[in-house]
Design a protein around this ligand. Structure first.
Ligand code: NAG
Ligand code: NAG
Length: 965
């Protein structure tokens, strides 16, 4: 209690300091200079306090929103929300509410300047939009406010790359232009779309009966509540982030992590249509028209995200609004515009795409190879979008682009991977066999070694020996042979470190002997890649990871969906799917041990060096991303007539539902681990086993306790002996000296106490070294205790409410040195914890849901995958229990994520007093709300027998006649 109060003071003072600094910053010259360039006649949008309303009806917030529909468009509902302090006009609680806002993730936020104002073109004005302080740093450090520090190193991977708007002044903006292909596919060799009449495919959806009046009433009421969420989120986006990628739903600003082409807007078009928000849809189309895909603040286009969100979004909006009968041709035009840009990524020798496209003509015009460590998901999840575009435009080149990727996967599956049927997470798509190349090189061993050869040989060695997937070499953008066509040695590449996720343009294998081979190859002044010994797809360097989770998921998801989209005319997809699901069943699926013994399944991750039969390390993970898999098994089971797979799909979906139900908020965490049962049938809760798993040091802990008592007993014995000795000595002294004074017994006590507490201190240090508080603050994703400690830090001035002490770490006693021995051992803070105490404390401190052995990532970022599978199971089985399960999920999500202008990602699903992260990814309106809405719609709205949805929930029309039209 005492400590708790102390931290409150820290927080309070920190807040005051921050507030003052914030005021100073606002008034500072710099700020004024920037804001002076705002046109004063039209004030910029700034968050306004919600209108004063009687605070009584707050809990009805969402019901209130319902009323405000079309009339209120452009005027987002200002619903006061008690739980959302960040929206209060008072700036102090503001900072607290915004703890861990976007800047934490390196994603800068901006305010929307008045639309269509010429000043927008002025880079200085853009600068004014930058949030000029970092809440998190400010609250933590309380030094000076940090002025717009773009942080590229710690983002969520590629999304965050190059997100700084100030860098490129508008007037010198480079545009993408079409450049000649280096490795074109001759028209005669284009892989054509199957054009036969689509095959008969088994019906996916359950034959729903007519519903009763009461059922209908409930269903429609729920559907309206879902729509109300959409209306609020859309209005918030429209008002504060229109034309930009994402709304920051707490601070009412915007961000542009996806090239700034209005990701949320494009991603949500079909949702607007499906929910009957046609006015909003048409209004949004005016914005779509303005999008210029030839220019971006990002240097590299993330190909996968761009394809599934933008291209998929445009195509689906076209399809659901009746295609060429709908009159919204702009949608297809824009899709083609974007696809033409993206087609540049396939211009590689093996036609495998570059997945982070350096689109500026200077780079885009150079020959390139695909990466040597690309994620399966990014490579394999372009298929549906390009296929559907090929069908709509009747252009085989779009289909050819992705059919070649499928062929590569198909061949690899035929040849066999370490786990036959599925693919390792990171793959080498470069098409160059480095082993074979090195062998060749060794064979021809040139004697005349010049400086470049040395350089390259050295580098090749280093590449093979030390470079791992976290430390990759990139010679891409730095190489500019075009600048010195006559002098290839000038093209000496630089070695550059890249962050883990930016595997973009990994051309190392291709360019390894660049300067050496270019002597021969740059004859005609034409840039060519050095030749290489070709190969298909192979595992990337390092350990191979097999799972259905992030970086892998949608490639598998697309096999059956692509089969549907092609009217069952391409048998490769069926084979790919059936082999993949066999592998999943054999290697990945597990039944976890959970308290209520529910019969559920999850899919694990297997890590292997390549011999899984002997070296497989299985991680029994639970991740939100993997939750799509229930729907995949369900639908795959239907269309390929494997009823057992539908059953498995249901159990996998139940697993995610359980994960939602298991937490304090009723929302599933991003990731964690469970305990598997060895027997699928016979799986009972075993508390002893669970507790052992929670405490890997289980055995040594009992030893420590034993040592403590032994030590204590020894100390006690020593003390008694000392006492006796001293008494004896004193006694003798008294006898010896007739006038001598007896020593005070009190001093004896003090001495012995002193020595005793020294002894205890040693015990404290030993314990304190195990957990590490420091990690917890800035690392939401990983639990640190497993990886050991760096230093013994105590809970300091960190955010108290939010940071849990590390496991086994007592908040109240950490770092406290007992001043005296407590005779009562139970209250002695230096006493090592017993196993049972440790476990109890760990569960309490981590708020661990029963069944989880850890929660490695406790946030929820509005993801759709769980409700997606629930929706599939409902449409496939017709069982209304799925609607009930879905409703609980919906209520929980809304309860903890709603802000007055949208919905926000949250920091911890394990904590009912969690903080909002101020992020609303476009999949919230594109997917999550769409699936919820369709769960409570008539079953013929986007029937699975007429549509097939891409991985961003964008429905594409399934072909009924040849060519899908
Ligand atoms: C690469 O080359 C080596 C050596 O020639 C060969 O053993 C190996 O099978 C090749 N790998 C692939 C995937 O072609
Ligand atoms: C529970 O687990 C413990 C520890 O592994 C084991 O010794 C015990 O036999 C198990 N109990 C049952 C009922 O299986």
């Amino acid at each position: 209690m005492f400590r708790l109060r102390r931290y409150r003071y820290y927080v309070f003072f920190a807040a005051i300091v921050v507030f003052l600094l914030y005021r100073v910053a606002r008034n500072s010259e710099q700020w004024e200079t920037v804001s002076a360039s705002f046109p004063h006649t039209v004030p910029p949008f700034t968050p306004k306090p919600p209108p004063a309303r009687d605070s009584g009806g707050n809990t009805q917030a969402h019901a209130e929103v319902k009323g405000g529909t079309a009339e209120d468009r452009g005027l987002p509902q200002q619903v006061p929300d008690k739980s959302d302090k960040a929206n209060s006009p008072n700036k102090v609680p503001d900072l607290k509410g915004q703890h861990r806002v976007a800047s934490d993730h390196g994603r800068d936020e901006f305010e929307l300047p008045p639309k269509s104002d010429p000043a927008v073109k002025d880079p200085a004005v853009k600068e004014a939009g930058v949030v000029a302080y970092d809440h998190n740093e400010a609250t933590k450090v309380t030094t000076a406010p940090i002025i717009n520090v773009p942080d590229k190193s710690n983002g969520q991977g590629a999304k965050d790359a190059d997100n700084n708007p100030i860098k490129i002044p508008t007037n010198t903006e480079t545009h993408w232009t079409k450049v000649p292909e280096h490795f074109p596919v001759p028209a005669s060799e284009l892989i054509p779309l199957p054009t036969d009449k689509p095959r008969k495919i088994p019906t996916i959806q359950y034959a729903f009966e007519k519903e009763s009046a009461t059922t209908r009433e409930t269903r429609e009421a729920r559907q309206q509540q879902v729509k109300a969420e959409m209306e609020r989120s859309w209005a918030g986006y429209w008002k504060y982030a229109r034309g930009h990628d994402e709304l920051s739903p707490v601070t009412k600003k915007f961000r542009d992590p996806f090239c700034g082409w209005a990701a949320t807007l494009v991603d949500s078009l079909d949702t607007l249509w499906i929910m009957g928000m046609e006015d909003e849809f048409e209004e949004a189309l005016l914005e779509v028209e303005k999008i210029d895909f030839t220019v971006s603040k990002r240097a590299e286009i993330p190909v996968f995200e761009t394809t599934i969100r933008y291209l998929g979004g445009l195509i689906a909006a076209y399809d659901v609004s009746s295609g060429d009968n709908g009159g919204y041709d702009i949608l297809l035009e824009k899709a083609v515009e974007l696809a033409e840009i993206l087609m540049g990524v396939f211009d590689t020798p093996n036609r495998m795409p570059v997945l982070y496209y350096n689109w500026k003509p200077k780079y885009a015009s150079k020959p390139k190879r695909a990466g040597t460590s690309v994620s399966v998901a990014e490579l394999g999840s372009l298929a549906m979008e390009f296929t559907r575009l090929a069908q709509l435009t009747k252009k085989n080149k779009y289909y050819d682009a992705v059919a070649r990727i499928t062929d590569a996967f198909y061949e690899w599956q035929e040849q066999g991977t370490s786990i036959p049927g599925i693919f390792p997470e990171h793959i080498d798509a470069s098409g160059c066999n480095i082993t074979a190349q090195n062998e060749l090189e060794a064979a021809k061993k040139v004697p005349d070694i010049d400086i470049n050869d040395n350089f390259n040989r050295d580098r090749a060695q280093r590449t093979g020996a030390t470079v791992n997937e976290h430390d990759e070499l990139d010679f891409g953008p730095e190489v500019d042979p075009g600048a010195h066509p006559g002098n290839p040695s000038m093209a000496k590449p630089h070695i550059m470190k890249r962050s883990q996720k930016s595997t973009a343009q990994m051309m190392n294998s291709g360019k390894q002997r660049n300067s050496e081979t270019s002597k021969a190859e740059l004859i005609a002044g034409e840039n060519t890649l050095p030749e290489c010994v070709s190969q298909g797809l192979t595992p990337g360097r390092g350990m191979q990871q097999y799972s259905m989770g992030g970086s892998q998921d949608s490639t598998y998801e697309y096999f059956p969906k692509q089969w549907l989209l092609l009217g069952g005319l391409e048998p490769k997809y069926k084979e790919l799917h059936l082999k993949a699901t066999e592998a999943v069943k054999k290697w990945l699926l597990y039944r976890p041990m959970v308290p209520d013994e529910r019969d559920i399944l999850f899919s694990s991750k297997v890590v292997t060096r390549g011999e899984p039969e002997t070296d497989a390390n299985t991680q029994y993970e639970v991740t939100h991303l993997t939750c799509f898999i229930g729907g995949m098994f369900g639908m795959g089971g239907k269309i390929f007539e494997v009823p057992a797979d539908v059953e498995i799909g249901a159990k996998l979906t139940e697993g995610c539902v359980w994960a939602y139900e298991s937490t304090a908020t009723g929302i599933m965490p991003e990731g964690g681990h469970l305990l598997p049962c060895s027997d699928l049938k016979n799986c009972h809760w075993n508390q002893t086993l669970y507790e052992k798993e929670l405490d890997p040091l289980f055995e040594s802990r009992e030893e420590q306790v034993q040592e403590y008592y032994d030590r204590k007993a020894k100390a006690k014995a020593a003390m008694e002996k000392k006492k006796k000795d001293e008494e004896f000595a004193r006694h003798h002294a008294q006898i010896k000296s007739e006038t001598g004074q007896p020593r005070k017994p009190a001093l004896d006590d003090k001495l012995s106490r002193g020595s005793h507490s020294d002894h205890e201190n040693a015990g404290i240090q030993k314990r304190a070294a195990i957990p590490d508080m420091g990690e917890r603050e800035d690392d939401l994703a990983e639990s640190s205790y497993a990886t050991g400690s760096k230093s013994a830090k105590f809970i300091g001035t960190q955010d108290l409410e939010d940071s849990d002490p590390a496991p086994g770490f007592e908040r109240s006693t950490a770092g406290q040195v007992p001043l005296q021995t407590n005779e009562d051992e139970d209250e002695d803070p230096s006493r090592p914890l017993t196993h049972a105490e440790y476990v109890a404390q760990k569960i309490e401190n981590e708020k661990l849901p029963k069944g989880f052995v850890d929660v490695t990532s406790r946030n929820y970022i509005l993801r759709p995958e769980a409700i997606e599978s629930v929706w599939y199971m409902y449409r496939i089985t017709g069982d209304k229990k799925w609607q009930e399960k879905g409703w609980k999920m919906f209520e929980s999500i809304v309860k903890y994520t709603a802000t007055d202008v949208g919905n926000s990602a949250i920091h911890s699903v394990l904590d009912t007093h969690t903080t909002k992260l101020n992020e609303m990814e476009s999949f919230w309106t594109a997917e999550t709300l769409k699936y919820f809405y369709m769960l409570y719609s008539e079953p013929n709205l986007i029937s699975l027998d007429n549509y097939v949805l891409n991985t961003e929930a964008h429905p594409f029309k399934r072909p009924k006649t040849s060519f899908g039209v």
